[in-house]
Ligand binder design. Sequence first.
Ligand SMILES: [Zn+2]
Length: 171
Amino acid sequence: MDSIYNLMASMDFPKMILFSTAMHINRVKSPDKVLDEVFMDLVLRFDAFLRRQHARNIPNKGLLIIDKAHEEKYRTLLASFQQGGTKYGQIRNVIDVPYFGQGEHTRMLQLADFCAHAVFRYYNNEDFTLLKKILPNFDRQTRTSPPDGLKHFINSFYDCQACSWCNERRT
Ligand SMILES: [Zn+2]
């Protein structure tokens, strides 16, 4: 695992840019809505990154690669985003048809799992060891800017790597 995280850490912008959204149990309104909310947030963060690149004259569309094992669930979610937009607005730069790949055949999906594991260990076990290595790879406007690519939904203030940058602290 160490070699994977070291490899990820060695991939400078823009070779690999990470995004993660975590939701604390106290923000969960209904358990079956958690996936909708964190997935929508993740897509919007990806879209915001693409818009920023667009403004820097690097126009690209983004492709979502999703684990085939969850194809049906995500198809339904994406269809509902496209019909009504999201509650934060329209998704403009993410291609509306995702690619569903099998984890064992798609290396980027495996790296996404490592990213998710590091974030999970950080929030669930207060273990910053893994996330610390790859935190610089999270999307941000400049090297010294806050990690826009890391979002933590929580009702109380929590001094984490995401919330400590946030101006709109919830109390
Ligand atoms: Zn936080």
